[in-house]
Ligand binder design. Structure first.
Ligand code: ADP
Ligand code: MG
Length: 761
């Protein structure tokens, strides 16, 4: 069943000297029996054995296994051949030292795609007299014991051929005898090919002795005297070494290293060098964090930056506006119509219906209306104007406003003032004036003679029989006077407002000079939305809203320097878009913010769009433009770091592969595929990649957060958003890097024959 024909193997050494290790060997081996190969050192014995076992490549000639020629074998076929047909026993044992005795045997079994069978393993270990040491780590065994493990590992595969290269070379003669006894037993049902230089043993055990000299067969003798012994031995054979009858054809079992071994070997290898592991993880984390930071800019999304900035900003309100985008058309005199390609943005308002839709989604949504001019019954010093900001702004009250005194307006002639304004009135004391209805009728508004009113409690600003607290405003052609029925809380106050309030409470001089943050702080108060807004009732909206309808937008065609007329598209603003904007609470909750900011990115079928306005956002426009400029620089930096991370891991895996080359050789000798070997190291690389990615996620998120907080304070924008894309990017790069960093060194090694891997210094 095993034949070799005109087998030649030449080695080319450094000085391009060709060594003919085998020089035309032709042999026909029996199905069973113990065949010894003798010869001086360097005569080619090991070479012959390795070639027979598919551990090394032939220079020329062929090996015929069950009539099948190795000439047509691929590398994979050789893997399968080793896995299926051959069991190896080496002089230097080559057991996996990290594995226990039983595990070494089990691995060989599992490589053949069989389930680990405890009974079978036990019976084989019993056969080699190793049953008691089954759970010992192989690294702690004596030479003779390791060799028994190697034999057990060979026979668990039930191979048709056992190849043993000086199996007793490193053992004392008594142990050597035991090993030969064992091999002799095994040879009853299979071919056992033994390389030895010990003629005495050969003559004692051999069924046939082949002698090599200078790579050629020198003699080939069949021994006839040990027949009786052989019969006796064969009767003693146990279950594990029953004759192999089932397998008639040359069918190869493709080896498959079970995943748990892949994992285990990968982890083992990491555990074996904790310092190197820790060091490479630290370096990888460093590279990945830098990659994470630059990828936040590579995947910079305006929307997420807006959301992040708003989340970290102290703002309280966001105003949503509506506009529409018109398209421009050329209407030629000959009747042709062509789109100009330009567009024009015009802001519009919301209808009451649209406002109600907002309210369903955001119960605290307030409608902002600008029906009136500023109230004309206030007299304020010009300094103090800064405190009030704009007070010609009006919102429609809804139950989400918290009432501090009185109630919310319920009739069309009622108004509620913000706490902010109340405090400002308190500050102004003598300058706040309510004029009477008679004064109004007489045309005497705020003047020298008008009664001054001191504001110190809520009662002072609430309308009653004795206190005609009224706000007068002009709205269009009409004059309105509103009774002040309540003071509402203007929600969370910005820091500047707080210091104003503190000053009032402490009775300090409230000149603006007392407020160190004055100008910027106060403009912040002003910008921040509706601190100084008056609140009107829904009834007012119903009753008088129609007076303030917008006119539909009609664009007049006009003559251009060319002979065509220019029109805008036929979009007309809804005439009842009487609500200027909708004020929403500035949420610091990420998903809510995403929804709010998302409004600005919605696509509407009618070419209308929403704007989301917040003081934060005007700053952001600036930043967005600049980030656009830096983006490419960051991209290249990120890619550079990726290469760095790759080289780092490549080096690590290469070193790991080199230190484990012997194990690779052993696995390959057992029949494991190159792919299996790849996975063992890939697990190692992937572990490093995963651990460092996860750590890099954490560090990147923290660093981004700190950077953002710092940026909010300086440029008022948070641009480092460590979201899902940077994470996926790091993971992807990490996986790809570990893949390539494993593939290249492993491919380099598995290209070599198994015997080269084992022997390599
Ligand atoms: P043996 O096992 O009989 O001692 P080998 O088969 O190991 O002999 O070696 C046969 C010849 O081939 C020797 O001359 C040896 O130096 C040479 N040889 C073996 N392996 C290599 C190798 N990897 N590279 C170069 N020469 C080798
Ligand atoms: Mg040798």
């Amino acid at each position: 069943m095993l034949q070799v024909k005109d087998l030649r193997k030449e080695y080319v050494t450094d000085k391009s000297v060709i060594t003919k290790a085998l020089d035309g060997v032709t042999l026909d081996f029996p199905e069973t029996g113990m065949v010894f190969i003798l010869g001086k050192s360097g005569s080619g014995k090991s070479t012959l054995l390795n070639l027979c076992g598919g551990l090394d490549k032939v220079t020329s000639g062929e090996i015929i296994i069950n009539g099948k020629s190795s000439k047509n074998f691929t590398g994979k076929d050789f893997d399968s051949y080793r896995n299926t047909f051959v069991g190896f026993v080496f002089q230097e044992y080559n057991v996996l030292e990290d594995y226990t005795v039983a595990e070494n045997v089990a691995l060989a079994m599992e490589l053949q795609g069989k389930k680990r069978n405890r009974e079978e393993i036990a019976s084989i270990l019993n056969e080699v007299e190793m049953a008691e040491l089954a759970s010992r780590k192989s690294g702690t065994l004596s030479g003779g014991q390791k060799q028994r493990v190697a034999i057990a590992r060979a026979i668990v595969k039930q191979p048709e051929i056992i190849l043993a290269d000086e199996p007793t070379g490193a053992l004392d003669s008594e142990t050597g005898t035991q090993i030969f006894e064992l091999l002799k037993k095994l040879s009853a049902s299979r071919l056992v090919l033994v390389v030895s230089h010990d003629r005495d043993f050969a003559e004692q055990y051999a069924d046939r002795i082949i002698e090599l000299k200078d790579g050629k067969v020198d003699s080939d003798v069949v021994c006839t005297e040990g027949k009786e012994d052989k019969k006796e031995v064969s009767q003693e054979t146990g279950a594990a070494i029953e004759p192999l009858a089932e397998r008639k054809e040359t069918e190869f079992i493709r080896a498959r290293l079970p995943f748990k071994h892949v994992l285990r070997m990968g982890f083992k290898s990491l555990k074996g060098k904790p310092v190197r592991f820790a060091f490479s993880i630290i370096l990888c984390i460093f590279a990945f964090v830098l990659l994470g930071l630059s990828s936040t800019l590579m995947f910079y999304s305006e929307k997420s930056v807006v959301v992040e900035t708003m989340r970290l900003s102290p703002g309280n309100y966001v105003t949503v506006g509506k506009g529409f985008e018109t398209r421009l058309f050329y209407h030629y005199n000959d009747g042709r119509v062509e789109e100009n390609g330009d567009s024009l943005r015009k802001s519009t308002g919301f209808t009451v219906e649209e406002y109600e839709q907002f309210q369903r989604k955001y119960p605290d949504a307030l409608a902002k209306v600008s029906f009136f001019n500023e109230p004309y019954n206030f007299e304020l010093s010009s300094d103090t104007w800064d405190y009030y900001g704009t007070i010609d702004q009006y919102v429609i009250a809804n139950p989400s406003l918290k009432v501090l005194a009185g109630r919310l307006p319920a009739a069309s002639d009622e108004i509620a003032i913000p706490e902010f304004l109340f405090n400002a009135m308190k500050l102004e004391q003598t300058k706040f004036v309510f004029v009477t209805e008679e004064d109004v009728a007489a045309g005497q508004l705020v003047n020298e003679s008008a009664p001054k009113h001191t504001v110190s409690t809520y009662e002072d600003v609430l309308y009653s029989q004795s206190n005609p607290a009224t706000i007068f405003v002009n709205g269009g052609a009409q004059t309105f006077n509103f009774k002040i029925v309540g003071v509402y809380q203007s929600d969370k106050e910005p820091a500047a407002y707080k210091s104003l309030k503190r000053a009032v409470e402490n009775g300090e001089d409230t000149d603006t000079g007392d407020f160190p943050e004055q100008s910027s702080a106060w403009s912040r108060v002003r910008d921040n939305g509706f601190y100084s807004y008056f609140a009107l009732s829904t009834e007012f909206l119903m009753e008088y809203g129609h007076l303030y309808e917008r006119k539909p937008v009609v664009f007049e065609p006009h003559e251009s320097e060319h002979s065509w007329e220019e029109y805008q598209s036929n979009y007309t603003q809804t005439p009842d878009s009487i609500i200027d904007g909708i004020i929403l609470k500035h949420s610091h909750n990420l998903s809510k913010l995403n929804r709010i900011v998302g409004l600005a990115y919605e696509k509407h079928a009618d070419d209308s769009y929403f704007t989301v306005n917040s003081p934060v956002l005007s700053e952001l426009n600036q930043v967005n433009r600049q980030v656009g400029l830096f983006r490419n620089a960051f991209l290249y930096a990120g890619l550079g770091l990726t290469v760095f991370a790759f080289l780092l891991m490549f080096n690590l895996i290469s070193v790991s592969v080199i230190t484990k080359k012997k194990d690779i050789g052993i696995l390959r000798a057992l029949g494991a595929r190159s792919l299996d070997v790849f996975f063992v190291f890939f697990v190692e690389a992937l572990m490093i990649a995963l651990v460092s990615s996860v750590a890099a996620f954490a560090f990147s998120a923290i660093i981004c957060y700190v950077l953002d907080i710092m940026m909010i304070k300086t440029i008022k924008a948070a641009i480092f958003v460590f979201g899902i894309f940077p994470m996926l990017f790091i993971l992807g790069i990490a996986a790809l890097t570990s893949f390539l960093a494993t593939l290249i060194p492993v491919a380099n090694y598995t290209k070599k024959s198994p015997v080269e891997s084992i022997r390599m210094p």
